[in-house]
Design a protein around this ligand. Sequence first.
Ligand code: SF4
Length: 251
Amino acid sequence: MNKEIVHIMNDISSWLRYQKQLGVEIIPKGPELSAFLDHRVKNKMSLQGLTSTQEYRDEIPAPTDLDGLRKMVENCNRCELHKKRQNIVFGEGPENAKLVLVGEAPGREEDMQGLPFVGPSGELLTDMLNAVNISRKDVFITSVIKCRPPHNRTPGHEEIAACSSFLRHQLRLIDPPLILALGLVAAQTLLKEKAPLKSLRGRFHQLGNARVMPIYHPAYLLRSQGSRQLDLKRVAWQDLQILEKEYAKYR
Ligand code: SF4
């Protein structure tokens, strides 16, 4: 068999495994998939830009870059959270970042500025990254939910279900080798797990081509008090050190 065809088949097979890990069960062979396969074979293009036709069945053609995806999120009214938002918080950072940080949802400050992690927990996050020699400007920071839940409550299952396909699409476009899941909602959503954070943290979990490290959310660290806070910070520090070693491979 021709070498190029073998490469294409391997690419498609690995892409399908990635989609399965992301929770996509069915990919109908519609015009979009046919066009992609034709284009892939003719031009040897990367598979990373393809979006699942299942997730975006109402929004074809799916965006092929972050700017297009941001515009889609700006116009989103898939859930009730769009009604009270000041701004969507799409995320920020380089499109080719080697590390993506995923938080839970915007808070008050983030909603006002349209930027992720700009309040006190953002300051702590920046300090945590600096402590392991990772510059905030080199990483992409986003969250599971793009609009602020009222009173900073935990997002509901329906809101997560409505919004998390945007996150998955961001990850497909950026294609980072490493993901830091900040807090329980991010970890459980990405990994499709129900386990508590204390049993998920401390190690990497494979998600397609990427590896995910769950860690306590900076806001949770700030809310905790006394010896509990010290314990959590110590554990977070251990996790960050594991991340630092892996991240050094991609500098
Ligand atoms: S939270 Fe997500 S799904 Fe809900 S309106 Fe905002 S962008 Fe759309």
